[in-house]
Write a protein that binds this ligand. Structure first.
Ligand code: SAH
Ligand code: SF4
Ligand code: F3S
Length: 452
Protein backbone atom coordinates (compact mmCIF):
# COMPACT_ATOMS: atom_id res chain seq x y z
CA UNK A 1 0.00 0.00 0.00
CA UNK A 2 1.04 3.55 -0.61
CA UNK A 3 0.72 5.33 2.71
CA UNK A 4 0.69 9.01 3.58
CA UNK A 5 0.73 10.31 7.16
CA UNK A 6 -0.36 13.85 7.94
CA UNK A 7 0.88 15.12 11.30
CA UNK A 8 -0.66 17.82 13.50
CA UNK A 9 0.41 18.85 17.01
CA UNK A 10 3.59 18.64 19.03
CA UNK A 11 7.00 17.02 18.51
CA UNK A 12 5.76 13.93 20.26
CA UNK A 13 3.32 13.42 17.43
CA UNK A 14 6.14 14.00 14.96
CA UNK A 15 8.15 11.28 16.69
CA UNK A 16 5.11 8.96 16.73
CA UNK A 17 4.70 9.53 12.99
CA UNK A 18 8.36 8.59 12.49
CA UNK A 19 7.76 5.35 14.38
CA UNK A 20 4.58 4.51 12.47
CA UNK A 21 6.34 5.16 9.15
CA UNK A 22 9.25 2.94 10.13
CA UNK A 23 6.95 0.11 11.15
CA UNK A 24 4.82 0.40 8.03
CA UNK A 25 7.87 0.39 5.78
CA UNK A 26 9.18 -2.78 7.37
CA UNK A 27 5.76 -4.35 6.79
CA UNK A 28 6.23 -3.63 3.08
CA UNK A 29 4.27 -0.42 2.64
CA UNK A 30 5.59 2.52 0.71
CA UNK A 31 5.53 6.05 2.15
CA UNK A 32 4.32 8.82 -0.16
CA UNK A 33 4.40 12.59 0.21
CA UNK A 34 0.79 13.51 -0.59
CA UNK A 35 -2.72 12.05 -0.03
CA UNK A 36 -3.29 12.17 -3.82
CA UNK A 37 -0.64 9.49 -4.36
CA UNK A 38 -1.80 7.36 -1.42
CA UNK A 39 -4.05 4.31 -1.04
CA UNK A 40 -4.16 4.88 2.69
CA UNK A 41 -3.88 8.06 4.75
CA UNK A 42 -3.31 8.32 8.49
CA UNK A 43 -4.06 11.61 10.22
CA UNK A 44 -1.99 11.97 13.38
CA UNK A 45 -4.11 14.39 15.39
CA UNK A 46 -3.85 17.00 18.14
CA UNK A 47 -6.64 17.92 20.57
CA UNK A 48 -5.01 20.61 22.68
CA UNK A 49 -7.36 23.39 21.53
CA UNK A 50 -10.58 23.49 19.53
CA UNK A 51 -8.65 24.98 16.61
CA UNK A 52 -6.45 21.88 16.44
CA UNK A 53 -9.53 19.68 16.38
CA UNK A 54 -11.11 21.78 13.65
CA UNK A 55 -8.01 21.26 11.53
CA UNK A 56 -8.47 17.51 11.79
CA UNK A 57 -12.08 17.71 10.60
CA UNK A 58 -10.97 20.01 7.79
CA UNK A 59 -8.43 17.39 6.73
CA UNK A 60 -11.06 14.64 6.85
CA UNK A 61 -13.19 16.80 4.56
CA UNK A 62 -10.32 17.11 2.10
CA UNK A 63 -9.83 13.35 2.10
CA UNK A 64 -13.56 12.85 1.53
CA UNK A 65 -13.25 14.70 -1.75
CA UNK A 66 -10.67 12.12 -2.84
CA UNK A 67 -12.82 9.27 -1.52
CA UNK A 68 -15.70 10.36 -3.72
CA UNK A 69 -13.52 9.72 -6.78
CA UNK A 70 -11.75 6.54 -5.75
CA UNK A 71 -11.03 4.07 -3.00
CA UNK A 72 -9.02 5.49 -0.08
CA UNK A 73 -8.56 4.05 3.41
CA UNK A 74 -8.42 6.63 6.21
CA UNK A 75 -7.04 6.05 9.71
CA UNK A 76 -6.86 8.34 12.72
CA UNK A 77 -4.02 8.32 15.24
CA UNK A 78 -2.91 10.73 17.97
CA UNK A 79 -4.77 12.64 20.63
CA UNK A 80 -8.22 12.83 19.01
CA UNK A 81 -8.00 9.11 18.26
CA UNK A 82 -7.34 8.38 21.92
CA UNK A 83 -9.99 10.81 23.17
CA UNK A 84 -12.84 9.92 20.81
CA UNK A 85 -11.79 6.33 20.01
CA UNK A 86 -14.70 4.17 19.05
CA UNK A 87 -16.96 7.18 18.37
CA UNK A 88 -14.74 8.06 15.43
CA UNK A 89 -15.19 4.58 13.99
CA UNK A 90 -18.93 5.18 13.70
CA UNK A 91 -18.18 7.72 10.98
CA UNK A 92 -18.29 6.61 7.36
CA UNK A 93 -15.10 8.48 6.57
CA UNK A 94 -12.92 6.80 9.21
CA UNK A 95 -11.76 3.20 8.66
CA UNK A 96 -9.47 2.65 11.64
CA UNK A 97 -8.28 4.26 14.84
CA UNK A 98 -4.96 3.83 16.64
CA UNK A 99 -4.54 5.25 20.17
CA UNK A 100 -1.52 7.18 21.42
CA UNK A 101 -0.25 4.20 23.42
CA UNK A 102 -0.84 1.71 20.60
CA UNK A 103 1.17 3.13 17.71
CA UNK A 104 3.32 -0.02 17.63
CA UNK A 105 0.17 -1.79 16.42
CA UNK A 106 -0.34 0.47 13.41
CA UNK A 107 0.57 -2.32 10.96
CA UNK A 108 -2.06 -4.59 12.48
CA UNK A 109 -4.70 -1.85 12.13
CA UNK A 110 -3.68 -1.26 8.52
CA UNK A 111 -3.84 -4.98 7.62
CA UNK A 112 -7.31 -5.27 9.09
CA UNK A 113 -8.50 -2.09 7.38
CA UNK A 114 -7.20 -3.46 4.06
CA UNK A 115 -9.49 -6.45 4.54
CA UNK A 116 -12.43 -4.11 5.11
CA UNK A 117 -12.53 -4.52 8.86
CA UNK A 118 -13.27 -1.42 10.95
CA UNK A 119 -10.85 -1.51 13.83
CA UNK A 120 -9.88 0.61 16.86
CA UNK A 121 -6.73 -0.32 18.77
CA UNK A 122 -6.73 1.71 21.95
CA UNK A 123 -4.98 -0.35 24.62
CA UNK A 124 -1.49 0.26 25.99
CA UNK A 125 1.35 -1.31 23.98
CA UNK A 126 4.03 1.21 24.96
CA UNK A 127 6.36 -1.59 26.07
CA UNK A 128 6.78 -2.53 22.43
CA UNK A 129 8.36 0.83 21.63
CA UNK A 130 11.99 0.12 22.50
CA UNK A 131 15.31 1.25 21.05
CA UNK A 132 15.17 -1.34 18.29
CA UNK A 133 11.91 -0.26 16.71
CA UNK A 134 12.51 0.99 13.17
CA UNK A 135 11.87 4.70 12.92
CA UNK A 136 11.89 6.65 9.70
CA UNK A 137 13.42 9.92 10.87
CA UNK A 138 12.70 13.26 9.25
CA UNK A 139 16.29 14.42 9.68
CA UNK A 140 19.63 12.70 9.23
CA UNK A 141 21.49 14.61 11.94
CA UNK A 142 18.90 15.47 14.58
CA UNK A 143 16.61 12.91 16.22
CA UNK A 144 13.56 13.10 18.46
CA UNK A 145 13.65 10.54 21.26
CA UNK A 146 10.56 10.24 23.45
CA UNK A 147 11.70 9.22 26.94
CA UNK A 148 8.55 9.61 29.00
CA UNK A 149 4.98 9.14 27.83
CA UNK A 150 1.85 10.68 29.30
CA UNK A 151 1.14 13.27 31.95
CA UNK A 152 0.00 13.03 35.57
CA UNK A 153 -0.36 16.72 36.31
CA UNK A 154 -4.00 17.33 35.41
CA UNK A 155 -3.85 21.07 34.91
CA UNK A 156 -7.55 21.91 34.92
CA UNK A 157 -7.67 23.23 31.33
CA UNK A 158 -5.66 20.47 29.67
CA UNK A 159 -6.77 17.45 27.68
CA UNK A 160 -3.32 15.83 27.48
CA UNK A 161 -3.62 13.58 30.58
CA UNK A 162 -6.75 12.13 28.97
CA UNK A 163 -5.19 11.66 25.55
CA UNK A 164 -1.73 10.44 26.55
CA UNK A 165 -2.52 8.57 29.75
CA UNK A 166 -0.37 8.27 32.85
CA UNK A 167 3.35 9.03 32.99
CA UNK A 168 5.53 6.11 31.96
CA UNK A 169 9.28 6.38 31.53
CA UNK A 170 11.36 4.20 29.26
CA UNK A 171 14.20 2.36 31.02
CA UNK A 172 17.37 4.47 30.82
CA UNK A 173 19.39 1.63 29.26
CA UNK A 174 16.85 1.40 26.46
CA UNK A 175 17.01 5.14 25.78
CA UNK A 176 20.80 5.07 25.82
CA UNK A 177 20.80 2.14 23.40
CA UNK A 178 18.74 4.26 21.02
CA UNK A 179 21.15 7.18 21.49
CA UNK A 180 24.17 4.97 20.76
CA UNK A 181 22.50 3.55 17.69
CA UNK A 182 21.71 7.07 16.47
CA UNK A 183 25.31 8.14 17.02
CA UNK A 184 26.49 5.12 14.99
CA UNK A 185 24.25 6.30 12.17
CA UNK A 186 25.80 9.75 12.26
CA UNK A 187 23.25 11.64 14.32
CA UNK A 188 24.76 14.56 16.22
CA UNK A 189 21.80 16.19 17.92
CA UNK A 190 19.11 14.61 20.06
CA UNK A 191 16.00 16.07 21.66
CA UNK A 192 14.57 14.09 24.57
CA UNK A 193 10.81 14.45 24.58
CA UNK A 194 8.14 14.22 27.23
CA UNK A 195 5.05 16.21 28.18
CA UNK A 196 6.95 16.68 31.44
CA UNK A 197 10.39 15.56 30.42
CA UNK A 198 11.85 16.52 33.81
CA UNK A 199 9.62 13.89 35.48
CA UNK A 200 11.66 11.31 33.58
CA UNK A 201 12.56 8.34 35.77
CA UNK A 202 10.36 9.17 38.75
CA UNK A 203 8.02 6.25 38.03
CA UNK A 204 10.88 3.77 37.51
CA UNK A 205 12.00 3.75 41.13
CA UNK A 206 15.63 3.03 40.24
CA UNK A 207 17.07 6.48 40.92
CA UNK A 208 17.11 7.41 37.24
CA UNK A 209 16.38 11.05 36.35
CA UNK A 210 16.61 13.42 33.41
CA UNK A 211 19.83 14.81 34.91
CA UNK A 212 21.33 11.29 34.93
CA UNK A 213 20.13 10.51 31.44
CA UNK A 214 21.64 13.73 30.06
CA UNK A 215 24.94 12.98 31.80
CA UNK A 216 25.07 9.49 30.28
CA UNK A 217 23.94 10.56 26.82
CA UNK A 218 26.55 13.27 26.74
CA UNK A 219 29.27 10.61 27.00
CA UNK A 220 28.17 8.94 23.78
CA UNK A 221 30.76 9.63 21.10
CA UNK A 222 29.43 11.60 18.16
CA UNK A 223 26.56 13.25 20.03
CA UNK A 224 27.33 16.96 19.99
CA UNK A 225 24.15 18.56 21.31
CA UNK A 226 21.34 17.49 23.59
CA UNK A 227 17.97 19.20 23.96
CA UNK A 228 14.96 18.34 26.11
CA UNK A 229 11.29 19.38 25.95
CA UNK A 230 9.03 20.29 27.84
CA UNK A 231 9.87 20.97 31.47
CA UNK A 232 7.42 21.34 34.31
CA UNK A 233 8.35 24.03 36.85
CA UNK A 234 7.75 21.90 39.96
CA UNK A 235 9.96 19.05 38.73
CA UNK A 236 12.85 21.19 37.52
CA UNK A 237 15.46 20.70 40.25
CA UNK A 238 18.88 22.05 41.16
CA UNK A 239 20.61 18.80 40.23
CA UNK A 240 19.39 19.19 36.66
CA UNK A 241 20.49 22.83 36.60
CA UNK A 242 23.98 21.82 37.75
CA UNK A 243 24.26 19.13 35.10
CA UNK A 244 23.33 21.62 32.38
CA UNK A 245 25.69 24.26 33.80
CA UNK A 246 28.62 21.82 33.76
CA UNK A 247 27.99 20.59 30.23
CA UNK A 248 29.27 21.85 26.89
CA UNK A 249 26.79 19.75 24.93
CA UNK A 250 23.48 20.27 26.69
CA UNK A 251 21.57 23.14 25.14
CA UNK A 252 21.11 26.31 27.15
CA UNK A 253 17.50 26.29 26.08
CA UNK A 254 14.96 25.61 28.78
CA UNK A 255 11.27 25.62 28.00
CA UNK A 256 9.35 26.15 31.24
CA UNK A 257 5.67 26.93 30.68
CA UNK A 258 4.36 29.40 33.28
CA UNK A 259 0.81 29.71 31.84
CA UNK A 260 -0.08 32.78 33.95
CA UNK A 261 1.51 35.41 36.19
CA UNK A 262 -1.44 35.54 38.56
CA UNK A 263 -1.54 33.43 41.70
CA UNK A 264 -5.31 33.28 41.58
CA UNK A 265 -5.30 31.88 38.03
CA UNK A 266 -2.38 29.52 38.68
CA UNK A 267 -4.36 28.02 41.51
CA UNK A 268 -7.46 27.58 39.38
CA UNK A 269 -5.25 25.99 36.74
CA UNK A 270 -3.87 23.53 39.33
CA UNK A 271 -0.32 24.30 38.25
CA UNK A 272 1.18 23.49 41.65
CA UNK A 273 3.36 26.60 42.03
CA UNK A 274 2.93 30.28 42.81
CA UNK A 275 4.14 33.23 40.79
CA UNK A 276 6.85 33.81 43.40
CA UNK A 277 8.06 30.21 43.28
CA UNK A 278 8.26 30.32 39.50
CA UNK A 279 10.24 33.58 39.59
CA UNK A 280 12.62 32.14 42.20
CA UNK A 281 13.17 29.12 39.97
CA UNK A 282 14.06 31.31 36.98
CA UNK A 283 16.45 33.36 39.11
CA UNK A 284 18.12 30.21 40.42
CA UNK A 285 18.57 28.92 36.85
CA UNK A 286 19.98 32.22 35.63
CA UNK A 287 22.38 32.47 38.55
CA UNK A 288 23.84 29.04 37.85
CA UNK A 289 23.53 29.10 34.06
CA UNK A 290 24.13 32.73 33.13
CA UNK A 291 23.58 32.13 29.42
CA UNK A 292 20.34 30.15 29.89
CA UNK A 293 17.68 30.90 27.33
CA UNK A 294 14.28 30.52 28.94
CA UNK A 295 11.09 30.26 26.95
CA UNK A 296 7.53 29.70 28.09
CA UNK A 297 3.87 29.08 27.28
CA UNK A 298 1.10 31.44 28.38
CA UNK A 299 -2.66 31.06 28.17
CA UNK A 300 -4.74 34.25 28.07
CA UNK A 301 -8.41 34.45 28.94
CA UNK A 302 -8.59 31.55 31.37
CA UNK A 303 -12.03 31.56 33.08
CA UNK A 304 -12.27 34.40 35.59
CA UNK A 305 -9.09 36.13 34.35
CA UNK A 306 -9.54 39.80 35.31
CA UNK A 307 -7.61 42.83 34.03
CA UNK A 308 -5.62 42.65 37.26
CA UNK A 309 -4.72 38.98 36.64
CA UNK A 310 -3.64 39.84 33.13
CA UNK A 311 -1.58 42.79 34.43
CA UNK A 312 0.21 40.31 36.71
CA UNK A 313 1.08 38.21 33.65
CA UNK A 314 2.34 41.28 31.77
CA UNK A 315 4.40 42.25 34.79
CA UNK A 316 5.92 38.77 35.04
CA UNK A 317 6.84 38.86 31.36
CA UNK A 318 8.44 42.31 31.75
CA UNK A 319 10.42 41.12 34.76
CA UNK A 320 11.57 37.74 33.46
CA UNK A 321 12.18 38.67 29.83
CA UNK A 322 11.66 35.29 28.16
CA UNK A 323 13.35 34.57 24.88
CA UNK A 324 10.18 33.16 23.36
CA UNK A 325 6.55 32.76 24.37
CA UNK A 326 3.98 30.42 22.88
CA UNK A 327 0.74 32.26 23.40
CA UNK A 328 -2.70 30.72 23.30
CA UNK A 329 -6.23 31.83 24.00
CA UNK A 330 -8.02 29.59 26.46
CA UNK A 331 -10.08 26.96 24.70
CA UNK A 332 -12.45 24.82 26.80
CA UNK A 333 -11.77 21.11 26.36
CA UNK A 334 -14.65 18.78 27.05
CA UNK A 335 -13.88 16.38 29.89
CA UNK A 336 -11.48 18.68 31.73
CA UNK A 337 -12.17 20.16 35.16
CA UNK A 338 -12.08 23.73 33.83
CA UNK A 339 -14.61 22.99 31.10
CA UNK A 340 -16.90 21.38 33.63
CA UNK A 341 -16.72 23.84 36.51
CA UNK A 342 -15.51 27.20 35.18
CA UNK A 343 -17.50 29.31 32.77
CA UNK A 344 -15.52 30.42 29.70
CA UNK A 345 -16.41 33.99 30.63
CA UNK A 346 -13.65 36.11 29.08
CA UNK A 347 -15.10 37.46 25.83
CA UNK A 348 -13.28 36.53 22.67
CA UNK A 349 -12.47 40.17 21.91
CA UNK A 350 -10.81 40.52 25.33
CA UNK A 351 -8.83 37.32 24.87
CA UNK A 352 -7.73 38.57 21.50
CA UNK A 353 -6.68 41.99 22.85
CA UNK A 354 -4.70 40.39 25.69
CA UNK A 355 -2.97 38.09 23.24
CA UNK A 356 -2.08 41.05 21.03
CA UNK A 357 -0.76 43.09 23.97
CA UNK A 358 1.49 40.23 25.05
CA UNK A 359 2.65 39.60 21.50
CA UNK A 360 3.72 43.21 21.11
CA UNK A 361 5.48 43.29 24.46
CA UNK A 362 7.34 40.08 23.62
CA UNK A 363 8.32 41.39 20.21
CA UNK A 364 9.97 44.42 21.84
CA UNK A 365 11.80 42.20 24.33
CA UNK A 366 12.95 39.85 21.56
CA UNK A 367 14.30 42.72 19.51
CA UNK A 368 16.23 44.05 22.50
CA UNK A 369 17.70 40.64 23.32
CA UNK A 370 18.51 39.87 19.69
CA UNK A 371 20.10 43.31 19.26
CA UNK A 372 22.94 42.12 21.44
CA UNK A 373 23.92 39.62 18.77
CA UNK A 374 24.54 42.23 16.10
CA UNK A 375 28.12 42.05 14.84
CA UNK A 376 28.87 39.01 17.02
CA UNK A 377 30.00 35.60 15.85
CA UNK A 378 27.76 32.73 16.87
CA UNK A 379 28.31 29.01 16.57
CA UNK A 380 25.44 26.99 15.17
CA UNK A 381 24.67 23.56 13.81
CA UNK A 382 23.17 23.75 10.31
CA UNK A 383 19.63 22.42 10.47
CA UNK A 384 17.81 22.59 7.15
CA UNK A 385 17.35 24.29 3.82
CA UNK A 386 14.50 26.77 3.46
CA UNK A 387 12.13 27.05 0.51
CA UNK A 388 14.02 30.07 -0.83
CA UNK A 389 17.32 28.16 -0.93
CA UNK A 390 18.86 29.74 2.14
CA UNK A 391 19.72 27.65 5.20
CA UNK A 392 19.08 27.98 8.90
CA UNK A 393 20.62 26.59 12.04
CA UNK A 394 20.47 27.07 15.80
CA UNK A 395 22.84 28.29 18.46
CA UNK A 396 23.16 26.38 21.71
CA UNK A 397 20.71 28.98 23.10
CA UNK A 398 18.14 28.02 20.46
CA UNK A 399 18.49 31.22 18.41
CA UNK A 400 17.62 30.62 14.78
CA UNK A 401 20.16 32.01 12.33
CA UNK A 402 19.50 32.30 8.58
CA UNK A 403 22.36 32.38 6.07
CA UNK A 404 23.38 31.55 2.53
CA UNK A 405 25.72 28.71 1.69
CA UNK A 406 27.08 27.16 -1.46
CA UNK A 407 28.00 23.93 0.29
CA UNK A 408 25.42 21.91 2.18
CA UNK A 409 25.86 22.94 5.85
CA UNK A 410 23.23 20.61 7.34
CA UNK A 411 24.49 18.77 10.40
CA UNK A 412 27.78 20.68 10.51
CA UNK A 413 29.08 23.24 12.95
CA UNK A 414 29.30 26.75 11.53
CA UNK A 415 30.38 30.14 12.78
CA UNK A 416 28.16 32.92 11.54
CA UNK A 417 28.75 36.64 11.79
CA UNK A 418 25.40 38.22 12.64
CA UNK A 419 24.66 41.13 10.30
CA UNK A 420 20.96 41.75 10.86
CA UNK A 421 18.56 41.00 13.70
CA UNK A 422 14.78 40.84 13.91
CA UNK A 423 12.44 39.91 16.79
CA UNK A 424 12.53 36.43 15.23
CA UNK A 425 15.61 35.00 13.51
CA UNK A 426 19.10 36.45 13.20
CA UNK A 427 20.70 36.84 9.76
CA UNK A 428 24.38 36.54 8.96
CA UNK A 429 27.17 35.18 6.83
CA UNK A 430 29.33 32.11 7.25
CA UNK A 431 32.86 32.71 8.43
CA UNK A 432 33.75 29.12 9.18
CA UNK A 433 32.26 25.74 8.36
CA UNK A 434 33.30 22.43 9.84
CA UNK A 435 34.84 20.13 7.25
CA UNK A 436 34.80 22.74 4.51
CA UNK A 437 37.75 23.04 2.18
CA UNK A 438 36.89 26.65 1.42
CA UNK A 439 39.22 29.12 3.03
CA UNK A 440 37.14 31.39 5.17
CA UNK A 441 38.25 34.29 7.37
CA UNK A 442 38.02 32.90 10.85
CA UNK A 443 37.13 34.76 14.00
CA UNK A 444 36.45 32.46 16.94
CA UNK A 445 32.85 32.39 18.11
CA UNK A 446 32.22 34.54 21.14
CA UNK A 447 30.35 33.26 24.11
CA UNK A 448 27.40 35.51 24.71
CA UNK A 449 27.58 36.58 28.31
CA UNK A 450 25.08 37.19 31.02
CA UNK A 451 21.40 37.29 30.24
CA UNK A 452 20.04 40.70 29.24
N1 SAH B 1 3.33 19.70 29.08
C1 SAH B 1 3.48 21.03 28.63
C2 SAH B 1 2.75 21.30 27.34
C3 SAH B 1 1.30 20.96 27.24
S1 SAH B 1 0.34 21.41 25.84
C4 SAH B 1 3.11 21.97 29.77
O1 SAH B 1 2.94 21.57 30.87
O2 SAH B 1 3.00 23.15 29.56
C5 SAH B 1 1.13 22.84 25.21
C6 SAH B 1 0.52 24.14 25.63
O3 SAH B 1 -0.79 24.27 25.17
C7 SAH B 1 0.39 24.36 27.12
O4 SAH B 1 1.58 24.75 27.69
C8 SAH B 1 -0.67 25.40 27.21
O5 SAH B 1 -0.09 26.69 27.20
C9 SAH B 1 -1.48 25.19 25.96
N2 SAH B 1 -2.80 24.66 26.29
C10 SAH B 1 -3.10 23.45 26.82
N3 SAH B 1 -4.44 23.33 26.99
C11 SAH B 1 -4.99 24.49 26.55
C12 SAH B 1 -6.33 24.97 26.46
N4 SAH B 1 -7.37 24.24 26.90
N5 SAH B 1 -6.53 26.20 25.95
C13 SAH B 1 -5.50 26.96 25.53
N6 SAH B 1 -4.21 26.54 25.58
C14 SAH B 1 -3.95 25.32 26.10
FE1 SF4 C 1 -1.24 19.58 30.20
FE2 SF4 C 1 -0.45 20.43 32.53
FE3 SF4 C 1 0.24 18.00 31.70
FE4 SF4 C 1 1.30 20.14 30.57
S1 SF4 C 1 1.57 19.51 32.70
S2 SF4 C 1 0.50 18.34 29.53
S3 SF4 C 1 -0.37 21.60 30.61
S4 SF4 C 1 -1.82 18.68 32.20
FE1 F3S D 1 -1.58 18.02 20.80
FE2 F3S D 1 -1.57 15.68 21.90
FE3 F3S D 1 0.71 16.95 21.52
S1 F3S D 1 -3.04 17.24 22.27
S2 F3S D 1 0.07 19.07 21.71
S3 F3S D 1 -0.62 16.23 19.96
S4 F3S D 1 0.18 15.68 23.22
Amino acid sequence: MKVHIHTFGCQMNVNDTETMMGLLEIAGHEMVETPEEADLVIINTCAVRQKAEDKFYGKLGELNRIRRRRHLIVGVAGCIAEKDGKKLLERDDVDFVVGTRAISRVTEAVSKAMKGEKVAILDDHLDELNAHVARRRMSSHHAWVTVIYGCDKFCTYCIVPYTRGREKSRPMEDVLEEVRELARKGYREITFLGQNVDSYGKDLGDGVSLAKLLMEAEKVDGIERLWFLTSYPVDFDEKLVDVIAASKKIARSIHLPVQSGSDEILKKMNRGYTRGEYMDLIHMIRTRIPDASISTDIIVGFPGETEKDFEDTLDLVRKLRFERINLAMYSPRKGTVAAKYYKDDVPRAVKSRRLQTLLELQKRINLEINGRYLGKVVRIIGEDRMKDGRYYGRTIRNKIVIFESKENPVGRFLDIKVERVTPGPLYGRIIWMEGSNQRLEHEPAEELGVHT
